[in-house]
Ligand binder design. Structure first.
Ligand code: MTE
Length: 300
């Protein structure tokens, strides 16, 4: 690649693993309207019980395993993540079914630090392991007519109880514009905190686009298709008014039901502090040029 992104976040910026493990309690506590005095107390004083690795990530969105925040943790163990095959097709020179093992043997896996946030107005910094999506796309040989990348999650009724119900139009799909997909900040994550990604967080491979809202982070990807036309995305299909194709973090464009101007930071000492949400989640220097000349209130 012409240039690789250099991380400016340091180890000390990373959200403590136990806080990440306990985000359900943190968020529940914040939502329960703890008194101001309690909110200002250091996190240690909140008497959090650290969870075991087995029952971490008990606060997830992964509708294939149920719509409740705790459903994925309860149900995702049934997903068979090995062996795993990813179909790469559409406008590529080398279409085919790629075994994930073979992909991983060719990729440079780097442990990176990405700010991670979901649309629910909290933020934290989580260290992902993964590789640049651009490297995978280059391996597949993107053709010059390709303009978008479409992603698809596994759709396995036997392993995913949620897909037996029409909560979303299955399979779950997402998309990026090709230049977004080729940006060195866009990664395929295979690990988190130095361990394999837990099933409920999207094992064995999920997308992470740090300047976009969490719902762009499509999990357990089985298919990547290069297209000429903008591909459909699950949340846009479900509710186009609330979720656009771009889904960039943008404090200037409010979600129809809530403001996105500030966010709650989860982390030692900073717990419950609100901070102004940064344009493109703080990655404007790196990615704002992708959107030059676009009306971001229209392309939200
Ligand atoms: N991917 C699939 N396949 N199915 C989903 O329901 N939910 C999305 C996204 N990826 C989802 C998905 C949403 S709404 C969010 S906020 C993030 O995953 C949550 O990722 P996390 O559970 O690892 O925090």
């Amino acid at each position: 690649m012409a240039y690789r992104w250099t991380n400016t976040l340091k180890d000390r910026d990373v959200t403590d693993e136990n806080l990440w493990l306990n985000r359900r309690q943190l968020i529940a506590g914040a939502g329960a309207g703890l008194g101001l005095a309690a909110m200002g107390r250091p996190v240690q004083a909140m008497e959090l019980e650290p969870n075991s690795w087995e029952d971490i990530t008990n606060y997830n969105n992964y509708y294939e395993f149920g719509t409740g925040k705790e459903d994925p943790a309860a149900n995702a163990h049934t997903l068979v993540t090995s062996p795993w095959t990813v179909k790469i097709d559409g406008l590529v020179d080398n279409p085919g079914d790629y075994a994930l093992e073979d992909i991983l043997s060719k990729m440079t896996i780097e442990e990176r630090l990405y700010r991670f946030r979901c649309v629910e107005a909290w933020s934290m910094v989580v260290p992902w392991n993964g590789f640049e999506l651009a490297d995978l796309l280059e391996m597949a040989g993107v053709q010059s007519t390709a303009k978008y990348v479409a992603f698809e999650t596994a759709n396995r009724p036997d392993e995913m109880p949620g897909v037996r119900y029409p909560t979303l139009d299955w399979p779950y799909v997402e998309g990026l514009r090709l230049d977004e997909a080729m940006h060195p900040l866009t990664i395929m994550a295979t690990g988190i905190y130095g361990k394999d990604i837990p099933n409920q967080n999207g094992a064995p491979m999920r997308l992470v686009v740090p300047w976009k809202y969490g719902f762009k982070s499509i999990k357990s990807i089985v298919r990547i298709t290069l297209t000429e036309d903008e591909p459909p995305t699950s949340w846009n299909k479900a509710n186009a008014r609330e979720y656009g194709f771009y889904s960039n973090v943008n404090p200037e464009v409010s979600h129809p039901r809530w403001s996105q101007a500030s966010e709650r930071v989860i982390g030692s000492g900073l717990f419950a502090k609100r901070q102004d949400t940064l344009m493109l989640n703080g990655y404007a220097d790196e990615v704002a040029s992708l959107y030059e000349g676009m009306d971001l209130t229209k392309f939200y």
